[in-house]
Design a binder for this molecule. Sequence first.
Ligand code: ADP
Ligand code: MG
Length: 581
Amino acid sequence: NPEPTKHSFEAEVAQILHLVTHSLYSNADIFVRELVSNASDACDKLRFEATNDDSLYEDDGELRIRIDIDNDAKTISFIDNGIGMNETDAIENLGTIAKSGTKAFLDKLSESQKQDGQLIGQFGVGFYSGFIVADTITVESRKAGEPADKGVRWVSDGTGVFTVETIDKATRGTTITLHLKDEYAEGEDSYLERSKIKRLVNKYSDHISLPIQMRKEVWQEDVSEDSDDETPKGGEMVLTDEWETINKASALWTRSASEVEDDEYIDFYKNISYDMDDPLTWTHNRVEGRVQYTQLLYIPKKAPMNLYTREQQHGLKLYVKRVFIMDDAEQLLPMYLRFVKGVIDSADLPLNVSRELLQESRDVKSIRDGNARRILTLLASLANSEDADKQAKFSEFYKEFGDVIKEGLGEDMGNQSRIAKLLRYTTTTHDGLETSFADYKARMKDGQKAIYYLTADNLAAAKNSPQLELFKKKGIEVILMTSRVDEWAMNFLTQFDDTPLQNIAKGAVDLGDLQDDAEKEEASKAQEAMQPVVDKLKTTLNGRAKDVKVSTRLVDSPACLVVGEGELSPQMIQMLKQMGQ
Ligand code: ADP
Ligand code: MG
């Protein structure tokens, strides 16, 4: 064989390599995820190519990834039997970044951001992440379908150049061997520890659908001649030539919903949510649209303690092609659905996606919209069900999370009417959180033009409000809203199904056709008769009340306070004060 040939990295690769070795040491673990995911991609590619040409499997159709540690040589190898590379592939794929997601990442960063290791730590940098822990990387590969003597060996120390040479390689696929730097080959940080590698695979790559294997270890006792039965025998763990699978290799969400048992869904929920309780319900779908993704979304039974505080974590686990990317990906759900748990897996997002990129991505926005719609549909199906079990589930849900979804009236205008249909209230004629706006509408009096509601601090205060007197006298039902968010949320909801919503404590109450002519005449007479009293009150209050008016809304009480249309109510002012505004 001729001597290895020397090549220089493309300028941008050199830049990436510099970043990797200088900024990523605090994220050293990511190389496991990146190299496993490349091996998995290589197997996916082979499987795809082989659909047209079975011979590419070369009688070895069981695709798998192996991780092998050599303590003496201080190396860790990632071995796959995927598509493999020839010399041209290796030079192109590992020496330039034209094709890799890394280029998009580099383009995104400004000069100053490139200096900032913090930000870079949140990105994956693909193959080059190996250079965080290795001072030399050797890649040996042979492309599927090509002869054994057309293998390639690629070697680099990650500084500016790499070499390639032709080798014989009988087995198809790629072996990537990292020669660990001393600081990563000893002590606590050592990647020569099998348990450490296992832990990282379980954390990042458990759901890769291929088996990931390591050599089996067995305990071998010392066999010395003179040992008696009294003294315990010594021994050591030795590696065998057998391989065992260390990942679960069964991403539950990639299976079709009809094949997954309820128990499996429940176990998986407990696994990802750290909730001891079963979930209330879930929904699992493969979404085929502009963006393709799988969604598995759970609604818990109980609200967490910190649902209303800022440190409440929210969001879903994000996977890209079964590779774990991040927890609490908050871009995947609107705030008012922050209690939802679950997994999103999309093949359309890059593996090195960061929180910053998620924020800007149109694909992510479309996933978020899809998730919100799916949850609202799920809730509606419980709320509207004839099945008593499902109705009970909805009541249970509403008790825990009813106030949170009200935030959606303001946050998610596009789904406002969907959200409004889920809301339930106590009213002056119907106790319990049972009346929907639709129920109320069905009970409205002839000639009634609006849905009337009243906000108050609590139910007792609401029920005794003088604002209700006229409505009681006329037998008109009024919705009593007593939660902290109601008044804020109702600012955004002005009508339900074309019927206006009116807060009876605000502005003038127009009962329209519900007031007969005699009453209107009586009111205008009273207006005249009371004018001197009104004038006197105005001078006495001297600006402390914005206006004094004769009202028809009271029956027994002599006077009440009314908030102007579009002004803050006392409850609202109090709430804002509590929030420190
Ligand atoms: P990305 O995976 O985003 O393309 P990487 O830096 O991780 O970027 O990998 C660069 C390229 O190197 C891959 O696109 C692929 O062509 C090639 N490659 C890396 N690892 C392997 C492998 N195990 N088998 C075959 N090709 C590989
Ligand atoms: Mg990659």
